[in-house]
Ligand binder design. Structure first.
Ligand SMILES: *Cc1c(COP(=O)(O)O)cnc(C)c1O
Length: 432
């Protein structure tokens, strides 16, 4: 019925997540509040790990794209579920290392890693650095030469595959800030340059075509293109690279109209394509990596707010204001992202009004949704916005000096805080 199986309605007519009454969570921990169902997150992890085992003989590794939601507990979960991690900044790397995440299973991405981030990655022994451009190749060469140990790298490639998704989250086309282009020959030149370099060890290639993609076709197309590139590399250089990282981007349900395929369908299609294509081109099937982010955590989280002012503007619209907004969920103002939402304490009641849900920031654009069909709400009601597990907490800011909300995880019917909210003292902590 809902965007995720972990969400339901109990006998009191209240919305639940992981079997826990959300109105009780709001009362206990306050609002705004991020709530995530740990058991479902682990289930998703196991589905992805299982799909590599079933479809690709276990010859691969699932990396959780931590930018979707990075905190110590998420890193612990991924380590316990036998996954690796994709990080894109010193901060994400630091978080992982702080809970002793196995460094050799960390892949460091990013289109403009700083010198100090690269140094940190080399010093901490991360598994792979995914090099994005020539400047980085040069910088890493210097750092690596001084360290005396060759650094294992992959190169980020733009495979030129069109993914049908939002402009800002498409990444595989030539006109993208990420990676080396395939069709212009730039990627092959970069491969040769990396191979010439003794302080770097090129082990594979990487691509990531975008996010929130519902079709399996673009993934299969990207996989084919990348395997072809591996074969071309072998032909031109004599070397067979052993790793192929196909990125993430698997779509999730934000509303009832979204219909993403099951994870195993994505993996089945990708695996079959890689196996078939590498056999037909006479190269070994590469070790494969996939990097799901949103699909691990997105639908397994929700945000709870308390309804404040309800402002009816005759013949125009009704604003329902909540105690959060763009500082805890900037995705509406950023992409116009649509969310499923409902009144948590009136979950069984009919949706009698159409409203605009507004945040509390000093911006007219600070909205969470427009044209939202909602139960009739009054000040003090609890509003739940679903599928906020990915790219909400991780994109949160302290705009207007609002503290970032805490994160609670629910497991086995119990709830606990995994990230504390910002106190007023936290907000001024670094001010001098
Ligand atoms: C963002 C990103 C991912 C994860 O994308 P999702 O849509 O969250 O699955 C994976 N790999 C790279 C390189 C990324 O930039």
């Amino acid at each position: 019925m809902f965007v995720s199986d972990c969400i339901n309605i109990n006998e009191r007519g209240h919305l639940t997540i992981g079997g826990v009454d959300t109105t009780e969570l709001a009362a206990e921990f306050g609002t705004p509040l991020y709530v995530m169902d740990e058991d479902s997150i682990r289930k998703n992890c196991r589905k992805f790990v299982g799909s590599i085992n079933e479809n690709y003989f276990g010859n691969g590794l699932v990396l959780y794209a931590s930018k979707a939601m990075c905190c110590k507990q998420m890193c612990r979960i991924c380590a316990e579920e036998g996954m690796g991690l994709d990080v894109v900044s010193g901060g994400e790397l630091y978080t992982a290392l702080s809970v002793d995440f196995p460094a050799d299973k960390i892949y460091f991405h990013g289109n403009n890693k700083s010198k100090s981030e690269l140094q940190m990655a080399v010093d901490s022994g991360v598994g792979r650095i995914v090099v994005d451009n020539y400047t980085e190749l040069q910088t890493l060469e210097d750092i690596s030469a001084k360290s005396g140990v060759p650094t294992a790298i992959m190169l980020r490639v733009k495979p030129g595959v069109e993914a049908h998704t939002h402009e800002f989250i498409k990444t595989g086309q030539v006109d993208s800030k990420f990676g080396f282009a395939l069709e212009t020959g730039e990627a092959m030149e970069a491969v040769k340059e990396a191979m010439r370099n003794e302080s770097l060890e090129l082990v594979g290639i990487h691509c990531h075509i975008g996010s929130q993609i519902f079709e399996t076709e673009p993934f299969a197309h990207a996989a084919e293109t990348m395997v072809q590139f591996l074969a071309d590399i072998k032909k031109e250089t004599g070397f067979e690279l052993r790793e192929l990282n196909l990125g993430g981007g698997f779509g999730i349900k934000y509303s009832k109209n979204d219909n993403p395929p099951d994870f195993s369908e994505y993996m089945g299609r990708i695996s079959a394509t890689v196996v078939k294509k590498s056999a037909s081109l006479g190269i070994k099937t590469p070790f494969i990596l996939i990097e799901p982010g949103r699909s691990i955590v997105g639908a397994e989280g929700l945000t709870l707010y308390t309804v404040g002012a309800v402002k009816k503007i005759p013949d125009i619209r009704t604003y329902v204001s909540v105690d959060g907004g763009m500082f805890d969920n900037p995705r509406y103002i950023l992409y116009g992202s649509e969310y499923e939402m409902l009144c948590a304490n009136k979950a069984n009641e009919p949706r009698g009004s159409t409203v605009t849900v507004a945040g509390k920031c000093c911006e007219s654009g600070d909205l969470i949704g427009e044209g939202v069909r909602l139960q009739n709400v009054v000040p003090g009601d609890t509003l739940a916005v679903l599928s906020t597990g990915a790219y909400n907490f991780s994109m949160a800011s302290a705009y207007n000096r609002n503290g970032r909300p805490p994160v609670v995880m629910v497991s086995g019917g119990k709830a606990r805080v995994v990230v504390k909210g910002d106190s007023y003292d936290d907000i001024i902590m670094n001010d001098i």
